[in-house]
Design a protein around this ligand. Structure first.
Ligand SMILES: Cc1ncc(COP(=O)(O)O)c(C=O)c1O
Length: 418
């Protein structure tokens, strides 16, 4: 029995499904989840000493790779100075300033712990600000695990074949309207019928939780225009996209001007940090300045912020983004065999269906799971770790090489060719 099997057997006796977050259980690819002992650069090291080139990268935060020496040093220093204070700190001022450099249209940031919390806070702010209750979201977009957002969400749910989560009361989801992505008529109808009741529309500008569903900029701009016309806030959920395409948000990539951005992942550099970014006219509605409540014992934790601050400091130097841009060009030039890959910046996803890459989650089909399962097994065997789900994306980081990418696509092509 491998150490992985041994640990998973023990895990199942104490943790539901043996895991702390569902997709990690390998349910949609089969086999035993791998237990990781450490990470170095772009490499994951397993409990049995295996080495995998990592394209999952903790689901996105590790744009600098694992255990970046400067980030680790900053975290160690912060930890030695004290793990938590529950007071104001210099680090939160600095991280707020660093984040706002990337979002020059805005002037306020509230720091918190998880992306789910950031989304929940953005929605509460929108409701407090507008005095309206309804929220518009889009099919296949995942915005974390707050009750109101677990309606037609991302791949964690798709992989398990449960449309919505049990335990979400009808009342919690009753004010969430869901419209398909990329559907002009449905978008117009939603605003025509409910526009004046909407507190906000929330969207992943680049939906990346149900495959990689690249949206038409014109459709996103129309969504923004309708929000303006009907007085709803436009929330861009950037938990994945924030700081991924450069030292800025996805708004800059497609030319949007959202009212609020939810951030997570990269802003914590691997430790739990998330944020809501916006204008003081909205953000100053938050307690203690205004009537919208949000708080957290761990909000602005100094050790987590040390990782976030150092990560953004390194990213601001620009060389990581230059390297990622080069990797992107290398990736595009590779012979992909029979696999159609979608790439946007440093995000890659093998599209296993027929025809052009989809823009909506409705194009995804459960029949892709066994094919992906085969590729996934071949990757593991060859020393590559991609997310254990056909509908999750892979990430590139500053530590990947051209050879790493060549191997990723070659092994996939061979596995598909059989
Ligand atoms: C777009 C998006 N929003 C929100 C979240 C929730 O973030 P967290 O898992 O940190 O709660 C995620 C997580 O993957 C995400 O991808």
């Amino acid at each position: 029995m491998s150490t992985h099997e041994e640990l998973f057997e023990r895990a199942r006796r104490v943790l539901p499904g043996g895991v702390s977050s569902p997709v990690r259980a390998f349910k949609s690819v089969g086999g035993t989840p791998r237990y990781v002992a450490r990470g170095e650069g772009a490499t994951l090291v397993g409990e049995d000493g295996e080495r995998w080139t990592d394209f999952c990268l903790a689901w996105g935060p590790l744009i600098l790779g694992h255990a970046h020496p400067e980030v680790v040093e900053a975290v160690q220093k912060a930890a030695a100075d004290g793990l938590a204070f529950g007071t104001t700190t210099r680090a939160e001022v600095e991280l707020g300033e660093r984040i706002l450099q990337a979002y020059p249209r805005h002037d306020r940031v509230r720091l918190m712990v998880t992306g789910s919390e950031a989304v929940m806070t953005a929605l509460r702010l929108a409701r407090g600000h507008t005095g309206r209750a309804k929220i518009l979201k889009f099919g296949g977009c995942y915005h974390g695990c707050a009750d109101a957002m677990l309606v037609k969400a991302g791949s964690g749910l798709v992989s398990f074949g449960i449309g919505d989560s049990a335990g979400v009361p009808t009342s919690a989801a009753a004010d969430t309207l869901v419209v398909p992505l990329d559907d002009d008529a449905a978008l117009e109808a939603a605003f025509r019928d409910h526009g004046h009741e909407l507190a906000a529309a929330i969207v992943e500008g680049l939906p990346a939780n149900n495959g990689l569903l690249v949206q038409r900029p014109a459709w996103l701009k129309r969504l923004q225009a309708l929000c303006r016309e009907y007085g709803a806030l436009f929330i861009l959920d950037e938990v994945i996209t924030g700081f991924r395409f450069g030292y800025h948000g996805y708004d800059r990539v497609v030319g949007l001007e959202p009212d609020l951005h939810s951030l997570g992942k990269i802003v914590g550099g691997g430790l739990p940090v998330a944020a809501v970014v916006g204008n003081h006219k909205v953000l100053d509605q938050l307690a203690p300045e205004g009537p919208v409540y949000q708080a957290g014992t761990m909000g602005g934790n100094p050790v987590a912020l040390a990782a976030g601050n150092k990560t953004l400091e390194i990213l601001a130097r620009g060389d990581t983004y230059a390297h990622l841009a080069q990797l992107g060009r290398t990736f595009d030039a590779l012979d992909k065999g029979g696999v159609q890959w979608v790439r946007q910046g440093a995000i890659v996803w093998p599209w296993l269906g027929d025809g052009p890459p989809p823009r909506t989650d409705t194009a995804l089909h459960p029949s892709m799971k066994p094919v992906y399962g085969r590729i996934f097994a071949a990757w593991l065997e060859a020393g590559i770790y991609m997310p254990p789900s056909a509908f999750e994306v892979g990430f590139l980081c500053g530590q990947h090489s051209a050879e790493d990418l060549a191997k990723l696509v070659r092994v996939a092509a061979e596995a598909v060719a059989g």
